[in-house]
Design a protein. Sequence first.
Length: 328
Amino acid sequence: GAGSSMAAALGGLGLLHGRVRLAATATATAFLGRPGCRAPVRGDAAAALPSAGRSYGSEAKEEEELRVRYLDDEHKGIVVLGLNRSHAKNALNKNILKMMSKAVDALKSDKKVRTVIFRSEVPGIFCAGADLKERAKMHSSEVSSFVSKARATINEMANLPVPTIAAIDGAALGGGLELALACDIRVAASSAKMGLVETKLAIIPGAGGTQRLPRTIGVSLAKELIFSARIVDGEEAKSIGLISHVVEQNEAGDAAYRRALALAREFLPQGPVAMRVAKLAINQGMEVDLVTGLAIEEACYAQTIPTKDRIEGLLAFKEKRPPRYKGE
């Protein structure tokens, strides 16, 4: 009966406590308790990540298909991942998925990272989806492993323990929109175009689209968009709840990115551990019934009580000054 299902739900919280503790202490283990790499990332991944505070400039090589920037000064703690395959409309190929996976792996274990923004470095396009030219050369067995890799990489991104924002300044189609759907928040220019267009190709979204779109905009609307392969602009995307903010495009073509940056700055002053635990509580709670969800919140809340940041927060409030959080 109800009592036994409740007991079973709460019984599962032993595992949850362990998972929450992992996230709350921001260890290098993977999010949601999956085993992760505790050792520092070496080789290509380390090379792909500039040291904190170093922004790219003319030294950034043109062939970098994914640019990783740790911002400075008032934006310290914000990391920008920029898709940069201008010749291919930022289409997702094997190489860019590998780079994204390495970058995300390094970011999830970096305590200095407070918010991640996904954007495009190519004007007019966010991401056109999977690289169909590369796919045409693949054997059918290779195609399924590529889709698995795309799905896994986008899942890793969704499981980043810090807030993530997708800045959509151009078209986000197919896998490109699936990438944006895996972020916590989406902002777009009014001229941006978004859609899951896979049914045109006689396939379905395979990197989370059929699951994340209905969770974002509701079942009926998600079905309509997927069945029709319809493309919507920023205004319509805002009206159906696909994005949180819509902005007029500017001359530089980076209006959504600027809005994402302003939003990320609103997140920076808050307690770092609290941010991670809040994201965990929301994500896990959304997949269960309310009673279990409230138990998850209780378990998560308990992880913020012993932190030094909480003591600093109360002290700062008492002394009427901004808190100086250290992520402890």
